[in-house]
Write a new protein. Structure first.
Length: 201
């Protein structure tokens, strides 16, 4: 099986007006497949390098997951809409987008009242569902934990939280960095909760 790397060459930058973040058009990032010997894998889109087109206004990848069936899931942020979108794309072993996942291989979430920042971790549960953890940012300078769970077809899982999502406000700048699934299916999230008023974590 090839090793998949992701490139954050499409990281956002502040535009000249000091406004919204933007990145090179259409890119979520690059997926690079290497053989066990470390060379580019020609079985992956012909030359081992795939520019993943998943966004209208550019984006950046933050987490990657290899499934046991050889498919690869890449989670990132697209700078589309008013607040940006959490975006998950699934590609087949040959590097093409998986049409059986989401909409033509892509599933996205746009929050109604918060800017998305980054999904920093992605796991696959024993039942095949995907769980992402990351952070959001609101106008009042508050970060919150956010988790989302998709079923194997790329639909938000309505049995998880509210319509497939969980947002946790711990009272300050709350940044989630990673998660694991424990025996029995429970999820443990690690991160930072910082209170500017008390200057304590």
């Amino acid at each position: 099986m090839a090793t998949i790397l992701t490139s954050k060459h499409a990281q956002p930058a502040i535009d000249g007006s000091g406004g919204a973040c933007r990145a090179p058009p259409a890119l979520l990032g690059m997926a690079i497949a290497l053989t066990a010997a470390g060379s580019l894998d020609p079985a992956f889109v012909g030359d081992g390098v795939h520019s993943l087109v998943a966004c209208q206004n550019g984006g950046a990848p933050h987490a990657v997951l290899g499934q046991s069936d050889g498919k690869v899931v890449i989670a990132g942020v697209c700078y589309d809409g008013d607040f940006g979108t959490f975006t998950v794309a699934r590609v087949l072993p040959d590097g093409e987008l998986d049409g059986d996942f989401g909409s033509d291989g892509i599933a996205s979430i746009e929050l109604a009242d918060a800017f998305v920042t980054e999904p920093l971790a992605l796991i696959q549960q024993d039942d095949g569902k995907l769980v992402m953890v990351g952070s959001t940012y609101r106008d009042d300078s508050v970060y919150d934990f956010v988790l989302a769970r998709w079923d194997t077809a790329g639909n938000l899982d309505g049995s998880f939280g509210t319509d497939g999502m969980v947002t946790l406000d711990l009272g300050g700048w709350d940044r989630a960095f990673d998660l694991i699934q424990e025996p029995g299916g429970k999820l443990t999230v690690v991160g930072l909760a910082y209170s500017p008023e008390s200057n304590q974590d």
